[in-house]
Design a binder for this molecule. Sequence first.
Ligand SMILES: NC(=O)c1ccc[n+]([C@@H]2O[C@H](COP(=O)([O-])OP(=O)(O)OC[C@H]3O[C@@H](n4cnc5c(N)ncnc54)[C@H](OP(=O)(O)O)[C@@H]3O)[C@@H](O)[C@H]2O)c1
Length: 324
Amino acid sequence: MKAVLVADDHSLSWAEFDAPSVGPNDVLIRIHATAINRADLMQRRGFYPPPPGASPIMGLECAGEVIDTGADCTRYQVGDRVCALLAGGGYSELAAVHEGSVLPIPAGLSDKEGAALPEVFATAWLNLFMEAGLQPGEKVIIHAGASGVGTTAIQLCKAFGSPCFVTLGSEEKLKTCLEMGAAAGAVRHDGPFLEAAQSFADGVGIDVILDPVGAGYFEDNLKLLGLGGRLVLIGLMSGTKTELDLAQLMMKRARVIGSTLRARPVEEKAEIMAQLEEKVWPKIESGEIKPVIEQVFPIAEVSEAHELVASDKTTGKVVLAVES
Ligand SMILES: NC(=O)c1ccc[n+]([C@@H]2O[C@H](COP(=O)([O-])OP(=O)(O)OC[C@H]3O[C@@H](n4cnc5c(N)ncnc54)[C@H](OP(=O)(O)O)[C@@H]3O)[C@@H](O)[C@H]2O)c1
């Protein structure tokens, strides 16, 4: 099979690889589309190695057609149209993945739209609802609101009744996120978001903050949390080291939660996917929640697609179409 090879100088090419082996609980997917995640840019530079046992090929999600199933698979059959959360191996023609990480492509969606779902929906659902226990009516801050994860989190907050405030990189992105359902926001290049977020918090504090930025936002995040607030750290785009006022954390009875998705055991991923299928897939099929796609590139243009993601100019996902 063909897949994207990363050379020692980090350049990318479409090269020959061995096909993946199919375990008893795996389905083998002929990939029609995959999508880019921020983590791929780090993996390409050698900063985010795949977890033990995962494919060394980049790519955390895919959509396509089942072409084989392991002996113990119970749910999927050859020919099913599916999308899947991967620990690696999405920038490829074939992926073998535990059936618990696989979901049907929601009715009415194309393969390219299906490929834009797994990683960001699993991340946003896991961290807002399973880790932070978000309840209807609670107030949320979503940092990097126009990112793949951010645009998903905005739509989930709206659909499940939680007003959200976003931070992001431009007025244009802010306008799009407000149209998508955010209640208010701040452009990060205009200065600290603290004041605008305090006015959104309206004196009672924020209940849940979904933060991929890390060190640079930590102090203001803590100031904004209300009693019993939860800060979920899912990325460290501004750095890893900061100071923590323990008194503030304690007096607010607040929680700081660190969370990653990729290296979780297959059983935990299966639980996340099952909740998505039950609670979110019907809202995608009804059109209430939509995949947000900035642009689709043929996989031969993966380098240009990575450049676009790295430019911070995207809103939502960049998808790669894979022609076999
Ligand atoms: N823990 C997990 O399991 C998990 C899973 C998936 C993703 N993530 C993390 O979630 C984040 C979003 O991922 P994604 O793939 O959806 O990203 P994405 O679509 O590539 O968007 C990332 C956005 O972050 C903003 N940004 C970049 N550098 C920044 C900085 N130094 N400070 C503040 N904002 C910055 C930029 O938007 P603006 O210019 O508009 O601000 C950029 O477009 C990433 O940090 C990723 O690593 C974590």
